[in-house]
Design a protein around this ligand. Structure first.
Ligand code: UFG
Length: 346
């Protein structure tokens, strides 16, 4: 495989990473996964291979380990670029363990950038989050919307990482980066072979909905219906994970046309539409053809009231747009959860 197509994917066994590996293969790239499986399941690898119809290389190591990363670059040969997903992502847990989040999320990026410098690898796609905006003053959120003080160490770790990339570009290191600020990734692969695998009770809305529908959780609690929004519940921009995965392929394609121009291009990746919690539940009920057991509960501390993306810049830069609907995402998430009962990971 030519080095122009070889891409290192850290966290490639995770939720967004696994879907991106599938889309990279479909687009003719050669992904090499790096994962330490601290928050992912190695059994997902054979599922990826079933979807793409060929073996996919995975190296089990911690991408914060500089010596191991150097060995990997030396053994696997030259990469066109790196997509860096690997990070801790539990907003709530990060409040009690800030150092763990900074050590891992910021530390692994620094290690990666040093290794890329030493190995002359120039292209990076970085996973950031709309959490860097906090509660925006104006909607929809553009990339020029000021970042607010982060609500959690997780959010601050993403802000730090964005700054580390900016400073590295400014320093003169030949680095061409695309920072993707994800809105809320949901759904699963339409094959039902891969999807989100939360450990323990899900923190996020859609896996909680699907686990409730599957009878694993008794009831979903809607966190507050007295917000200043059309139906009183919080509003988010839910993007199908397959559309999000394809944005990474488009980002690599864009980097290959840029020819190593030093830059950090920051792009929102969402649908551009706001959906309330009650609208998300209604979409799920329609997609699944069944009622969901839910109740209205108190607000969740720290929740952003309303956020959704302006995606003009990502659409025009990447020549990419979302093709799937919220209904598609709910159907695929539901089918994935249901498939785990009949076709468990093995
Ligand atoms: N919600 C409920 N009940 C639940 C879970 C969630 O009502 O059981 C509500 C939340 O209050 C919120 C909405 O559903 O209004 C979405 O909540 P999620 O936890 O699914 O998503 P968040 O927007 O809070 O968080 C997500 C990612 C974070 C990221 C953040 C950026 O999980 O990693 O977006 O805003 F930082």
């Amino acid at each position: 495989m030519s080095e122009a197509r070889k891409v290192l994917v850290t966290g490639g066994a995770g939720f967004i990473g696994s879907h991106t590996v599938v889309e990279l293969c479909a687009a003719g790239y050669e992904p090499i996964i790096v994962d330490n499986f601290c928050n992912s399941d190695r059994r997902i690898l054979s599922r990826i291979e079933r979807i793409v119809g060929r073996p996919v290389t995975c190296r089990e190591l911690d991408c914060a380990d500089g010596a191991a990363m150097t060995r990997l670059f030396e053994t696997d040969g030259r990469f066109f670029g790196v997509i860096h997903f690997a990070a801790h992502k539990a907003v709530g847990a990060s409040v009690g363990q800030p150092l763990k989040y900074y050590r891992n999320n910021v530390g692994s990026l620094v290690t990666l950038l040093e290794t890329m410098r030493d190995q002359a690898v120039r292209n990076l796609v970085f996973s950031s989050s709309c959490t860097v905006y906090g509660q925006p003053d104006t909607l929809p959120v553009t990339e020029a919307t000021p970042r607010k003080t982060a609500e959690s160490p997780y959010g601050r770790s993403k802000q730090f990482c964005e700054d580390v990339i900016d400073d590295t570009v400014r320093s003169g290191q030949v680095l061409s980066a695309v920072t993707l600020r994800y809105f809320n990734p949901v759904g699963a692969h339409p094959s039902s072979l891969i999807g989100e695998l939360p450990i323990g009770a899900p923190e996020n809305l859609v896996p909680y909905i699907t686990q409730t529908a599957a009878g694993i959780r008794e009831q979903l609690t809607v966190f507050g219906d007295d917000y200043d929004t059309p139906d009183g519940t919080c509003v988010r921009d839910y993007i199908h994970v397959v559309d999000l995965a394809k944005a990474h392929v488009s980002a690599l394609n864009w980097l290959s046309r840029r020819n190593d121009t030093p830059n950090n291009e920051v792009l929102n990746v969402g649908t551009g539409r706001g959906t309330s919690v009650l609208q998300a539940i209604a979409a799920f009920e329609q997609a699944a053809g069944k009622k969901l057991n839910y109740r209205i509960g108190p607000r969740r501390p720290g929740d952003v009231v309303e956020t959704y993306a302006n995606v003009d810049k990502s659409q025009s830069t990447l020549e990419w747009k979302c093709e799937l609907t919220t209904l598609d995402a709910m159907r695929d998430a539901y089918n994935w959860q249901a498939s785990l009962a009949t076709n468990p990971l093995s």
